[in-house]
Design a protein around this ligand. Structure first.
Ligand code: ATP
Length: 460
């Protein structure tokens, strides 16, 4: 069952103090909705990304990976519809001049009982007036009409800032997979159904406050597009719903903190769409979207590029534009969910508390803490052990403070195993392993240490 001991402020502080996530550009006062991963956080994020790649690309019989450019020909965003309609409905408070998303104002005001996603701009405006929705900053209820604000970051290539030199930072990675459909299909002679997977940065000019790394202006996505024949699409849609849940379970989530939420208002091209939501300390929030996008994307790219993106069925010679089932994951949001889920405060028998991140060992940032019992006597041998283990695992060396304090520090960053180097190591070539969750200890021969930790990591 989910522990209730955490709120976002506590998690933000813990992440900062333990080198997991820092506020972006902090020494200059920060930049709203931007965060930097520290030495512990970068390992966690890398591990989650690798697990995703393993599950969605490596273990799939029909998926290939790509790494497409962030900056793309601007026509891509015309074809995808982002230039025309990737917008948020914004209202400005006339009293305090702050800017808000109309849908968020309504959802907050109605405590989630009204789904603003289903409302038109006119309906949202009249709801705000009729219900005297108050500005969350100053409390007055005097808003401008809604303006649609495009979320894409614009930039310019070359020396002049003219409209023909305008380009965009990609707001999603998916288009890099669509525009390479034919390249991947032809170069590797792929037959339908086949998938293209990609991870990488995306950028959105988000105005609303972010709930830590839940909503940021720069974030990483992990996206998988499955190209198939019409008729097979719903089968793959169901498959990826289940596959997503399997992926989330492999990260250590239990059933009670995950749920599907079907989209009530489908995009005009979508046949089916749902989100996977996680129960964050602030409530349910989307971590993954699964969409049956029909043949919309490739049809639009065929139309706007003038290139033929049809697939020819080798058995029947039939030509058609494939359907796409998309599974889209936010790496930073999933990392936040993993942090939120793992954080625990345990009361010990002696009445003290220990902070512990209960990561599954496979995604724990550091697998082993290497702790010389007495710095003067054991640090040389401990460095030998560091060199041996670091060839196999991400390990951390720590010789500062009492052994008890060092165990606590490793608990607080979720290191599943601590290896203590003492006189026995020097005289008998053995170490003591202490387990994070049970705090029990076991003596292991140095010769057997790599195999022992490998087998423990494989146990989960
Ligand atoms: P939201 O409704 O929260 O704005 P979305 O429906 O626009 O999200 P998608 O476009 O489906 O999100 O993007 C896929 C995934 O990318 C989301 O499930 C989420 O995990 C992640 N994501 C989207 N926007 C952000 C953001 N601003 N910051 C961090 N992660 C994001």
């Amino acid at each position: 069952m989910k522990n209730k001991k955490i709120n976002m402020e506590k998690l933000v502080n813990h992440c900062k103090n333990m080198g997991i996530i820092f506020p972006g550009s902090e020494i200059y006062g920060g930049l709203a909705n931007s965060w930097d991963y520290g030495p512990v956080g970068v390992e966690l994020k890398n591990n989650i990304r690798s697990l995703w790649w393993k599950k969605f690309v490596q273990e799939s019989e029909y998926t290939m990976g790509v790494d497409a450019a962030i900056l793309m020909n601007p026509k891509v965003w015309e074809a995808s519809g982002h230039l025309a309609s990737f917008t948020d409905p914004l209202m400005d408070c006339r009293s305090c001049k702050t800017r808000h998303r109309a849908d968020n104002l309504i959802e907050k005001h109605s405590k989630g009982s009204v789904n603003a996603d289903k409302m038109s701009n006119e309906e949202m405006e009249s709801y705000v007036v009729q219900h005297k929705v108050a500005c969350p900053v100053c409390g007055n209820s005097d808003f401008t009409p809604i303006r649609q604000f495009n979320l894409m970051f614009e930039t310019y290539r070359g020396v002049t800032k003219e409209s023909n030199s305008q380009i965009y930072l990609r707001p999603e990675t998916a288009q890099g997979e669509f525009v390479n459909f034919s390249n991947v299909q032809r170069s590797l002679r792929m037959k339908l159904p086949f998938g293209i997977g990609q991870t990488g940065k995306a950028f959105r000019n988000e105005i609303t406050p972010g709930n830590f790394t839940f909503r940021t202006i720069e974030f990483e996505q992990m996206e998988h597009q499955l190209f198939c024949k019409e008729g097979d699409d719903e089968k793959f849609y169901d498959f990826y719903k289940n596959y997503s849940m399997e992926f989330f379970k492999s990260l250590g989530f239990e059933n009670d903190v995950l749920r599907f939420k079907d989209h009530e208002k489908l995009a005009h091209y979508a046949k089916s769409a749902c989100d996977v939501e996680y129960l964050f300390n602030f409530g349910w929030g989307e971590i993954n979207g699964i969409h049956n996008r029909t043949n919309f994307d490739l049809s639009r790219h065929q139309e706007f590029s003038g290139k033929n993106l049809e697939y020819t069925d080798p058995a029947t010679n039939e030509k058609f534009i494939p359907f796409v089932v998309e599974a889209s994951y936010g790496l930073d949001r999933i990392t936040l969910a993993v942090l939120d889920n793992a954080y625990d405060v345990e009361e010990l028998e002696d009445g003290t508390e220990r902070e512990i991140m209960r990561f599954k060992p496979s995604i724990a940032p550091f697998k082993v803490g290497i702790l010389p019992l007495i710095k003067k006597l054991h640090s040389e041998k401990a460095h030998d052990v560091y060199r041996m283990l670091s060839k196999h695992f991400r390990v951390m060396y720590d010789e500062t403070g009492s052994i008890g304090k060092r165990y606590r520090r490793q608990d607080a960053i979720g290191t599943p195993f601590c290896v203590t180097i003492d006189d026995e190591t020097i005289n008998n070539q053995t170490v003591t392993i202490r387990f994070r969750d049970s705090m029990q200890q076991e003596v292991v021969a140095l010769d057997n240490l790599v195999a022992f930790i490998t087998s423990k990591l494989a146990e989960e």
